[in-house]
Design a binder for this molecule. Structure first.
Ligand code: KIV
Length: 283
């Protein structure tokens, strides 16, 4: 993959054909969008997980459309190469396909999103088709659907029973028929993800779904160790940023208290004669 080429939804389909893995990261502001874009990831998702990682909410249900548009605007400004996908928040698309289209349109018009993501299986196929029909690419999201946390009784691996596994394969096919350009598979047993990936032609992007997917996506805060809490099992901590931040801020506070900071290198001077005049009050 040419590293300076702008990623489009069709690029992802080409990558599947070329057996090249697709990589996704989440971002929530301009700063992290720049880092994520420079990493070489093809997808930058403004995930509603930011409600938990950045806002401190206990789940993703509280964040609204205005807030997601605000974050998407910032992320779009920081991305040049990757495909910017905005996560549609809870209750911005579930009411009707018309409501979903209006919400999706706002992400494109006001925040420069290039695609949107919705959670749900066959029951969301009509909604996805309505948005796609207006020219807005849609990414599906099945398996663990965090916006349904109250219905499923917690953030649990999905598709472990025969009935659930069959329903998930049907969901993937229904969403593909509706025209979604890719499918997030969250917390799905690896063998089932591989079967889903073989059952559809669109890319599957796994998070806690094993190696058999067409690509992987991770919540950036989890893999950087930005939070003090444990990262989820599906996330590998590539760095412990929270420890680095804590040490640095602790050192700063200590140096201010002991008059070590600021030193000469952080201090500005004025010409001697100006200072003399100030001291003599010659003004
Ligand atoms: O909101 C999010 O970060 C997501 C990922 C889990 C894919 O939807």
């Amino acid at each position: 993959m040419n590293n300076s080429m702008k990623i489009k939804t069709t690029t992802l389909i080409d990558m599947v054909a070329a057996d090249e893995k697709i990589v996704g990261l989440t971002a929530w502001d301009y700063l992290f969008a720049n880092y994520a874009d420079a990493s070489g990831a093809e997808i930058i998702l403004v995930g509603d997980s930011l409600s938990m990682t950045i806002r401190g909410d206990k789940n993703t249900l509280g964040i609204d459309l205005e807030d997601m548009i605000y974050h998407t605007k910032m992320v779009s400004k920081g991305v040049r190469r990757a495909l910017v996908v905005a996560d549609m928040p809870f209750m911005s698309y579930q009411v009707s396909p018309e409501q979903a289209l209006v919400s999706a349109g706002r992400f494109v018009k006001e925040a420069n999103a290039e695609a949107v993501k919705i959670e749900g299986g066959s029951e969301m196929a009509k909604t996805a088709a309505r948005i796609i029909g207006a020219g807005i690419p849609v990414m599906g999201h099945i398996g663990l659907k965090p916006q349904s946390v109250n219905q499923i009784g917690g953030m649990k691996v999905q598709g472990r029973s025969l009935k659930e596994a069959k329903a998930m394969i049907d969901d993937a096919r229904a969403l593909e028929s509706a025209g979604v350009f890719a499918l997030v598979l969250e917390c799905v047993p690896a063998e089932l993800s591989s079967i889903i990936t073989e059952s559809v032609e669109i890319p599957t992007i796994g998070i806690g779904a094993g190696l058999g997917c067409s690509g992987q996506i991770q919540v950036t805060a989890d893999i950087l160790g930005l939070l003090e809490t444990e990262s989820p099992k599906h996330a590998k901590k590539y760095l412990d940023v929270s420890a680095i931040i804590k040490t640095a801020l602790h050192d700063y506070v200590g140096e201010v208290k002991t008059s070590i900071f600021p030193d000469e290198s952080n201090t500005f001077e004025v010409a001697g004669e100006v200072m003399d005049a100030i001291r003599k009050k010659e003004f």
